[in-house]
Each structure stands twice: as structure tokens, then as C-alpha cells.
Design a protein around this ligand. Structure first.
Ligand SMILES: CC/C=C\C/C=C\C/C=C\C/C=C/C(=O)SCCNC(=O)CCNC(=O)[C@H](O)C(C)(C)COP(=O)(O)OP(=O)(O)OC[C@H]1O[C@@H](n2cnc3c(N)ncnc32)[C@H](O)[C@@H]1OP(=O)(O)O
Length: 290
């Protein structure tokens, strides 16, 4: 086989592997985790990129995943793709947020790097010039919920849970998250949700406007996502992007200008003995459930 033919075959194989993951036919999870932590597939016809967290079963964020995600977001912007659908390859989870094992007895330098990488991703996503939609193919908790909130539109599967549960874990929500939440749901609902650390069912999230649509299954979520992105097909990219950024300016500025303060505050909440106890309690409880 000559090298061009080999490259083409490899591309087709990679594409098929990706489709297989997207359809959630993951039979061998250990082989799935050997793949890249982020999978990107581009539809040549529409120009839309589908970016998927590939860390089953919980799609929870490690430093390495966030660093790879940050690079993928750069790629979507620099390659001028027409829009991005964000999802995961896990069968029932969009993302369970930060990996609690990263937060338990952490090495401070790595914890700082984790938070910095997370903020980078949020800034890139929140301010992207291309349109974004989250195809929330299952639970979206904590940092996973906020990443979905940074997209412009949210489509979620039934019987799933979504919410910013940080206060339950002893982590104060940063001011920026208050404004970002108020950009989506009412101020009243936002205050209740963030102070309680509420986690909503799909139906409850739809009712308060935290998500925009419910899809029957993942395929339907991806189809609905394409439909949303297609709305902008004829709108000039620059005009659209700048207008979007005006609506999001306060949040973008807070994220950008408060980066160091935010990292310090986050490290101090995470290192707090009460928070450490709550991370351990969650992990123990999940183990004891079995
Ligand atoms: C400037 C900054 C900008 C914005 C900031 C704005 C907002 C704040 C944003 C970031 C801060 C982020 C903080 C976090 O993300 S903290 C983590 C939040 N996540 C959680 O509290 C855990 C969430 N998980 C769950 O609720 C459930 O697991 C879930 C509903 C996803 C699934 O439930 P299910 O019953 O199906 O599974 P479980 O039995 O609960 O779990 C199975 C298995 O998975 C492990 N697990 C689950 N989640 C995590 C996690 N996040 N990290 C590590 N491990 C996790 C669980 O322990 C079980 O493991 P095992 O017992 O070994 O099988």
C-alpha cells in the first residue's frame, strides 16, 4: 500500500472509530481511554466540528484533558470551522466535572495548573467567534455544567442531572459564575440554585431555562445541534461573533482579569479540610453504593 493510500485508510478508520464512540457503542472502556482525551470530527459538508470529551465513564476533567480541550478549541477557531457541537463519548455522562481525585490531597502546583487550564477553556468557549452548542448526552455536574453553560445553546437527554453543585462541596461559586448563570436563567432561580448547589433533572432544567431543548437520544441531540448551528449559516461570522461577545463582555472580562485571584481562591477552598472531607465522602459513598 503506498503512503497516500495508507493515510487515507487511516483517516477513514479514525473516522469510523470516532463515529463508533459517538454512538456510544463503547464495549471496551479501557481501550477507549487509551485514545485521545478529546475527539474532534469535522463534517466536510456543513463545516461543523463535533468535539467530544473522551474519558469514559464519567468524562471528568483531569489537567491533561483540559489542556487537550484547550488546544482543540484553538483548532476550531483557527481552522475557521462554521460551528462546534460539544458532547462526550460516555454513554450516560456529558461530564461529572473536575476529577475529584485531582482535588483530593492535591499537589498545589498541579491544582493551580488544573484551575488555570479550566479557566482558559471557559474563556475560549465563552468568547468564541464560531457558534457553539452543547449536546448534553447525560449528566453535567459542577465544572461539566459550567462548560455546557459557556455554549450558546443546550440540548439535553431525558433522565439526566445538571447543576453547579460546588457549594455542596464547600467550594464558593466565583462571581463570574453568578453573572454567567444570570445570563441564562432568572436572577431569582440563579441565587437559589447556586446557594443550594442544586442539581436539576432534565425536565426541571428545561422549566427554568437552564437547557433549551430535550432530545430523545444522542442521535437526535446531534441532529438538533446541527439545526441550531445552521441558523447562523447566512450571518456574517465577524458581525455575529462581535455581537455575541458584547453580550458576554462582563463575564469574559471577569474571567480574564481575575484569573490569578480566582486560582488562589479555588486552591484555598479545595485545600480546606471540610472540602477535602466532602470529596472523600462522595468517593466513599459512590463505592459503598455498589
Ligand atoms: C473563572 C472560572 C469560571 C467558572 C467557574 C464556574 C463554576 C465552577 C466551575 C468549576 C469548579 C468545578 C468544580 C467541580 O467540578 S467539583 C466536581 C463536581 N462533581 C461531583 O461532585 C461529582 C459528580 N458526580 C455525580 O454526581 C454522579 O457520579 C453522576 C450523576 C455523574 C453519575 O451518577 P451514577 O450514580 O451513575 O454514578 P456514581 O455511582 O455516582 O459514580 C460512578 C463512579 O464514578 C466516580 N465519579 C463520579 N463523578 C466523579 C468525579 N467528578 N470525579 C471522580 N470520580 C467521579 C464515582 O466515585 C464512582 O467511582 P467508583 O466508586 O470507583 O466506581
Amino acid at each position: 500500500m503506498n503512503s497516500t493510500c495508507l493515510q487515507k485508510t487511516t483517516r477513514i478508520l479514525n473516522k469510523n472509530v470516532f463515529k463508533c464512540f459517538l454512538n456510544s457503542h463503547i464495549r471496551n472502556q479501557s481501550s477507549a481511554t487509551n485514545q485521545s482525551l478529546i475527539l474532534t470530527d469535522v463534517n466536510d459538508k456543513t463545516g461543523f466540528a463535533t468535539v467530544a470529551f473522551n474519558r469514559p465513564p464519567m468524562s471528568n476533567f483531569t489537567l491533561e484533558l483540559l489542556q487537550d480541550f484547550s488546544k482543540s478549541l484553538d483548532e476550531v477557531e483557527s481552522k475557521n470551522y462554521k460551528g462546534m457541537i460539544l458532547t462526550s463519548t460516555s454513554p450516560t455522562v456529558f461530564s461529572a466535572g473536575l476529577d475529584l481525585k485531582e482535588l483530593l490531597n492535591p499537589e498545589p502546583a498541579r491544582l493551580k495548573a488544573l484551575r488555570t487550564a479550566y479557566i482558559d477553556c471557559c474563556i475560549k468557549l465563552y468568547s468564541s467567534m464560531y457558534p457553539t452548542v452543547a449536546a448534553i448526552n447525560g449528566h453535567a455536574i459542577g465544572g461539566g455544567c459550567f462548560i455546557a453553560m459557556a455554549c450558546e445553546y443546550r440540548i439535553m437527554l431525558p433522565n439526566s442531572k445538571i447543576g453547579l453543585n460546588e457549594t455542596q462541596l464547600g467550594i464558593a461559586i466565583p462571581e463570574v459564575a453568578v453573572h454567567a448563570t444570570r445570563n441564562i436563567i432568572s436572577s431569582r432561580d440563579a441565587e437559589m440554585a447556586l446557594t443550594l448547589g442544586s442539581v436539576f433533572t432534565t425536565d426541571e432544567a428545561l422549566k427554568i431555562g437552564l437547557i433549551d431543548e430535550v432530545a430523545e437520544n444522542k442521535e437526535d441531540a446531534l441532529a438538533k445541534s446541527e439545526k441550531f448551528l445552521s441558523l447562523f449559516k447566512k450571518i456574517p461570522k465577524r458581525a455575529r461573533g462581535i455581537t455575541k461577545q458584547f453580550f458576554r463582555k462582563k463575564v469574559i472580562d471577569l474571567m480574564t482579569n481575575n484569573r490569578e485571584k480566582d486560582v488562589e481562591a479555588f486552591v484555598s477552598y479545595v485545600m480546606n479540610p471540610a472540602s477535602q472531607k466532602s470529596f472523600q465522602a462522595f468517593l466513599d459513598e459512590a463505592k459503598n453504593k455498589k
